[in-house]
Design a protein around this ligand. Structure first.
Ligand code: GDP
Ligand code: MG
Length: 602
């Protein structure tokens, strides 16, 4: 395929507007997957399928007016947490399908602006026109008002019924310009993603900008000067299919015997050995919005966790803080952290709470690491009486013995779309999380749109789970950054000793309520000890809650009568096992599950 027969494009859409469904239809139409086959092909990872985020690339061969075209669909994650990655993926594209649910309208525009910033050809597509509540006219006008998109440019389709879909790929061929590279120039390649495959090792996703690359070529990564030999190269169709070479404008995968995804610097320029080319402008680094500690569930699990973290991030897990590009797109900033209570672990910065949740799930699902994630915190700003300010990432850093004038926390502007039936319980949930309603609009087709200002910190813990459960899974949620607003550090003390891993920053008005709840929960969860244990919560220099755990001598053998030796041994072994999962705080043993439960308690 010469460059003028290649189109590199992506689909940009708000979560739930039908991107996966449309992608499936396009794959079927070009025979890349069988019709009615595995649904949502692009959503490869279980957790991404659950959460509606994807980032996967496929090549399609499409015949248009008697000529074959190679169409590379470079998928981008739909959630705003991932807008940084969207801009990364878009760097490999010349055009984008702007997919908008015609029954909802263009809600989240952050990613749309990314497409405009990168000067992509835009093909607007109004989806779900089969729905009674679809208002393609109104949505087209909205696009005209917001982006100056002409209503007659908008395609109208139903990804579900197939209506109008025959116009989509011709529009890609006709409206998206071919890649602009020079086939006769020296090789210049963009590394835009990398992931670890169990059988193939590190798989690099590249776009050839100029020249060509062949199997057996010796190439160099510009940022590090590392040399590699191309062992295999090909297209993703959608499974990797070796072709022996990639030409100008083509997007594909490459195996270069890389042992470690750490070496794959996404955004890097690759060239032939000893034939350097001007490097591409680097990607600007992502900003961590949410921080949390990640610790192994059992004391001896650190090495396994470290290995899993290394595989999942491209980070130097030994503790050097550097912006990190994680396997298939999870930008997680990582540094080593030691907690008095939980031992060695990592403090991680995430792009958002969803990003954090996905990362945790992947650690557990794909890498078998059982972890404790501490209550997520958001960077907050402390203003001292003199006017000096401190930026904090961790509640444990919250100054204890200084007077504080003000504390500010980030809040978000959240958009929730839900079937009408669940509006009441969702409003209750948002209110409990200190939300302030901004907008309440009926969308038609039995659905309602709610806009809230919510403290980012309140979205942590079980917020998504709660939202899901109160809406039977039907509510969609999205947010953008908003402004800041007043906080205090809350410490939990066991026999007078603060437990760093349980510290958190809470809204001033809520310190007492949360403190009481945590102390009561802690009392219920902990085993009695051989002495009395005092549980306290302190905030703003005062004790705001207190519970006592009465002394008790635990004798596991009390239940055994007579001489059943094997049963006795079993019980003793069980107790030993239980011991292993204890953490010692001062002179008090705290079972691991207690931390788990308290983190969840939010
Ligand atoms: P994504 O989050 O953008 O990937 O959206 P999905 O493709 O997962 O679709 C979200 C929901 O919308 C699913 O329940 C789809 O079945 C539904 N959907 C997608 N396209 C259409 C359409 O054209 N018409 C109707 N009625 N439903 C659609
Ligand atoms: Mg999807």
């Amino acid at each position: 395929f010469p460059p003028d027969r290649i189109r590199n494009f992506s689909i940009i859409a708000h979560v739930d507007h039908g991107k996966s469904t449309l992608a499936d239809r396009l794959l079927e139409a070009t025979g890349a997957i069988a019709a009615g086959g595995q649904a949502q092909y692009l959503d490869k990872l279980q957790v991404e399928r659950e959460r509606g985020i994807t980032a996967q690339t496929v090549s399609l061969v499409y015949r248009h007016l008697g000529a074959d075209y190679l169409l590379n669909l470079i998928d981008t994650p739909g959630h705003v947490d991932f807008s940084y990655e969207v801009s990364r993926s878009l760097a490999a594209c010349q055009g984008a399908l702007l997919l908008v649910d015609a029954s909802q309208g263009a809600q989240t525009v952050a990613n749309f602006f990314l497409a405009f910033e990168q000067d992509l050809a835009i093909v607007p597509v109004l989806n779900k026109i089969d729905m009674d509540s679809a208002e393609p006219q109104r949505v087209a006008q909205q696009l005209k008002d917001a982006f100056d998109i002409e209503p007659e440019e908008c395609l109208r389709v139903s990804a579900k019924t197939g209506l109008g879909l025959e116009a989509v790929l011709p529009a890609v061929v006709e409206r998206v310009p071919p890649p602009r590279g020079d086939p006769s120039a020296d090789l210049r390649m963009l590394l835009f993603d990398a992931y670890h495959d169990e059988y193939r090792g590190v798989v690099c996703l590249v776009e050839v900008l100029d020249g060509r690359v062949q199997k057996g070529d010796k190439i160099t990564a510009a940022s590090t000067g590392t040399h590699y030999e191309v062992n295999e190269v090909g297209l993703l169709a959608p499974e990797p299919q070796p072709t022996g070479e990639l030409l100008t404008g083509q997007v594909g995968y490459m195996l270069v015997g890389m042992k470690d995804t750490r070496s794959a610097r996404v955004g890097d320029t690759w060239h032939h050995q000893r034939m350097p080319v001007p490097a591409l402008p680097g990607f600007k680094s992502a900003k961590s919005m949410v921080f949390a500690g990640i610790f192994p569930l059992s004391a001896d699990g650190f090495e396994q966790l470290q290995a899993a973290m290394e595989r999942l991030t491209l980070n130097d897990a030994s503790g050097k803080p550097r912006a990190a590009w994680c396997l298939r797109s999870t930008a997680v900033a990582v540094r080593r952290e030691n907690s008095n209570a939980l031992g060695a672990g990592f403090r991680c910065g995430f792009l958002g709470l969803l990003h954090m949740d996905v990362f945790r799930q992947r650690l557990e699902q794909e890498h078998g690491a059982s972890v404790i994630v501490t209550a997520p915190t958001v960077p907050c700003r402390v203003v001292l009486p003199g006017g000096d300010t401190l930026e904090l990432q961790n509640p444990a850093e919250f100054p204890l013995n200084v007077k504080i004038a003000e504390v500010w926390e980030p809040t978000v502007a959240a958009t929730i779309v839900t079937p009408n039936d669940y509006v009441g319980s969702i409003m209750q949930l948002c209110q409990d999380r200190r939300g302030e309603m901004q907008e309440h609009a009926v969308l038609g087709a039995g659905r309602t749109l709610l806009k809230y200002h919510l403290p980012l910190a309140e979205l942590g813990g079980d917020y998504y789970d709660e939202l899901k459960s109160v809406s039977s899974g039907y509510a969609s949620f999205d947010y953008e950054e908003a402004e800041q607003a007043h906080l205090q550090r809350l410490d939990i003390l066991i026999n007078g000793e603060p437990v760093d891993a349980l510290a958190r920053v809470v809204h001033r008005d809520k310190a007492q309520v949360v403190g009481r709840r945590l102390c009561a929960k802690l009392r219920d969860l902990m085993d009695r000890q051989q002495f009395e244990v005092v549980l306290q919560a302190s905030a703003g220099g005062r004790i705001v809650a207190r519970e006592t755990l009465k002394a008790y001598r635990k004798n596991v053998l009390a239940k055994c009568y007579g001489g059943d030796v094997s049963r006795k041994r079993k019980l003793l072994e069980k107790q030993k096992e239980g011991k292993k999962r204890m953490r010692r705080v001062g002179s008090v043993d705290v079972p691991q599950e207690v931390f788990h439960e308290l983190m969840k308690a939010g």
